[in-house]
Design a protein around this ligand. Structure first.
Ligand SMILES: [Zn+2]
Ligand SMILES: [Zn+2]
Length: 153
């Protein structure tokens, strides 16, 4: 688990992006970003909405989405759509990379890194005369917990 306490770079990058776009840091936006950073690694936009509302902030779901889209445009978060079209956002740490495994039953998200897959992907791209700039690899299946539960029935 990575530590989210040292996120000054995140705020600095956001400030730089806002001033480039000639946007102001609003209180609502700040509240949303603070809650986003405090949540788990893979944040469901609607969970974030419920969390912020639960803390008594009157912020609409559309504002949550706008703020998350802003973070995506600032290259600070990656947006995923693993299952049933739900938008999942995660902090994009410069210089790091991982892929995901998603349980189709309970939706749990497992991160993984595999050097061989990384090398192979670059090679496949190269074989096709393709210069790789980024990739995402999502594996879908049934996690151990769900598998055990199924076999007990
Ligand atoms: Zn599962
Ligand atoms: Zn992840």
């Amino acid at each position: 688990m990575e530590d989210n306490s040292d996120l000054q770079w995140f705020w600095d990058t956001l400030d730089a992006h806002l001033s480039r776009q000639q946007l102001k840091q609003t209180k609502q936006r700040k509240v949303i970003v603070e809650h986003f950073l405090r949540l788990a690694r893979h944040v469901d936009a609607e969970d974030l909405y419920r969390r912020v509302r639960g803390k008594g902030f009157k912020i609409g779901l559309a504002t949550i989405y706008r703020t998350l889209n802003l973070l995506r445009d600032a290259d600070l978060v990656t947006q995923h759509s693993f299952t049933d079209g739900r938008a999942i956002f995660e902090i994009k740490r410069p210089g790091t990379h991982h892929d995901h495994m998603v349980c189709s039953l309970c939706g749990i998200i497992q991160e993984f890194e595999n050097d061989q897959i990384e090398v192979l992907q670059s090679k496949v791209a190269e074989d096709h005369g393709f210069t790789l700039t980024s990739h995402r690899l999502d594996l879908f299946g049934v996690c151990r917990g769900c598998h055990n539960e199924q076999s007990q029935q």
